[in-house]
Ligand binder design. Structure first.
Ligand code: NDP
Ligand code: 2IT
Length: 449
């Protein structure tokens, strides 16, 4: 029975590959989830009868559009905008927008697919979606960013709504961009519809803790994984890749819990600071002045900057990839394990290649995959929507406590699901299976949708 199921799932995967040619990251994300699902179809035969896997792999709607804008010199540029509305079985589409030159349909689809299961794991009523553009925000002025965001929203607004689709930030989209996007949405629709975007400013419908949430949440997940192993973060040496929103607040929470973060990175290089990363300096450089990480070494003479360096070569006990997809490969994973790494928590989406994941699982270190470990960001977005709906605003302490409870709950659910499905300690199986079952069980009673 189980072998027949595996063959059936492999056939579905081959079909997904054939009908979505060239979308490598989407294929990778689908394969990883489908490989976990054999025992689920055995336990729930109605999922196979109702072709739930085939339906879940096909987005409900995909939107691609032209985004024309003018730079400060008056030159016209054309970018491509995307929004993939993947699955709305348990709530309105919800997921970030990514502005990065590498963006194409295959990236947005992998992110939207992952988001569907991640959002289900949070226990909140949110479906899965993702969007973005191949626009490169690096080196652009505030006015250029504003004009781009206004043009992008001028098309996207017609597909959004607090009960339809609610974007937020991701790579290249933070508080500044959400402000311009919200302003344009409000202006076009003549509606103050707070819940349509999350990651808003505190004075206009935003939630405390949303900025910190993804990083804090990822650290809570690692804390829980270590707790099972009768360990803690206290005194552990950590490296965190990236130096954007997720990386910064991962470093902050690691430091608060007594760990020592000795390295972070950007797409140009790595900073190693054995004394511990100076978080105030990092925030000033990245959040306020929007400068490159290399400049950190000009302020701290005892820190080393390695251009094009590989952060995973630095010996550490805890590694938290928090930059981008496929940033940690099989060779990197072997090096981390060899150097004594005991836990990996993914702040980024799909940062570890399939070979890397195999190494971590085989070595039996604590490995928390992105769709479980980084769910704190979108969970806090859902808390923001909850506050918007009740026209309320909660304190930092209360909201952070809710985030902690949600992450602890996700850890417990993924841990228990892995055990139930015969793969103890395997959070990949736990997250894929628990997320899939939640979405599938909502789809079946709704009929052929
Ligand atoms: P930011 O734009 O704030 O920061 C991104 C960081 O990653 C920067 O340091 C950037 O370096 C680096 N980076 C981006 N692309 C690449 C690349 N191709 N190669 C090497 N480094 C790269 O984004 P976030 O911190 O918000 O997002 C980081 C990751 O976390 C992403 O995978 C995102 O999908 C995921 N995530 C984000 C959530 C959120 O709430 N923001 C929620 C859940 C997951 P540089 O400046 O040189 O480009
Ligand atoms: O990948 C993610 O979960 C995000 N970028 C956050 C999505 C959200 O809606 O807050």
């Amino acid at each position: 029975m189980a072998i027949a199921m595996e063959e059936k799932i492999e056939a579905i995967y081959q079909q997904v590959k054939a009908r979505n040619p060239g979308e490598d990251e989407f294929h990778q994300a689908v394969k990883e989830v489908l490989e976990s699902l054999g025992p689920v179809l055995v336990k729930f035969p109605e999922f196979a009868e109702q072709k739930i896997i085939e339906r879940i792999c096909e987005p409900e709607r995909q939107i691609m559009f032209r985004v024309p804008w003018q730079d400060d010199r008056g030159e016209v540029h054309i970018n491509r905008g995307f929004r993939v509305q993947f699955n709305s079985a348990i709530g309105p589409y919800k997921g970030g927008l990514r502005f990065h030159p590498s963006v194409y349909l295959g990236i947005i689809k992998f992110l939207g697919f992952e988001q569907t299961f991640k959002n289900a794991l949070t226990g909140m009523p949110i479906g899965g979606g993702k969007g973005g553009s191949d626009f490169d925000p690096k080196g652009k002025s505030n006015n250029e960013i504003m004009r781009f965001c206004q043009s992008y929203m001028t098309e996207l607004y017609r597909h959004l709504g607090e009960y339809t689709d609610c974007p937020a930030g991701d790579i290249g989209v933070g508080g500044r961009e959400i402000g311009y996007l919200f302003g344009q949405y409000k202006r076009i629709t003549n509606r103050y519809e707070s819940g349509v975007l999350t990651g808003k400013g505190i004075g206009w419908g935003g939630s405390l803790v949303r900025t910190e949430a993804t990083g804090y949440g990822a650290v809570y997940f690692v804390r829980e994984m270590l707790k099972v192993r009768k360990q803690s973060l206290e005194g552990k040496t950590c490296v965190v890749s990236g130096s954007g929103n997720v990386a910064i607040y991962t470093i902050e929470k690691l430091q608060q819990l007594g760990a020592k973060v000795i390295a972070c990175s950007d797409s140009n290089g790595v900073i190693i600071h054995e004394k511990g990363i100076d978080l105030q300096m990092l925030k000033k450089l990245k959040e306020v002045e929007r400068r490159r990480l290399a400049d950190y070494a000009t302020y701290h003479k005892d820190a080393r900057y390695i251009a094009e360096g590989n952060i995973w070569e630095i010996p550490c006990q805890v590694a938290m990839p928090s930059a981008t997809q496929n940033e940690l490969n099989g060779k990197d994973a072997k090096m981390l394990v060899k150097n004594g790494c005991i836990a990996v928590g993914e702040g980024a989406n799909m940062p570890t290649t399939p070979e890397g994941v195999h190494v971590f699982l085989h070595a039996k270190i604590a490995y928390g995959p992105g769709k479980a470990a980084n769910a704190g960001g979108v969970a806090t977005s859902a808390l923001e929507m909850q506050q918007n709906a009740s026209r309320d605003s909660w304190s930092f302490e209360y909201t952070e406590q809710k985030l902690d409870q949600i992450m602890t709950g996700i850890h417990q659910a993924t841990y228990e699901t892995a055990e139930e499905f015969g793969a103890p300690d395997n959070y990949v199986i736990g997250a894929n299976v628990a997320g899939f079952i939640k979405v599938a069980q909502a789809m079946v009673p709704m009929g052929l949708i």
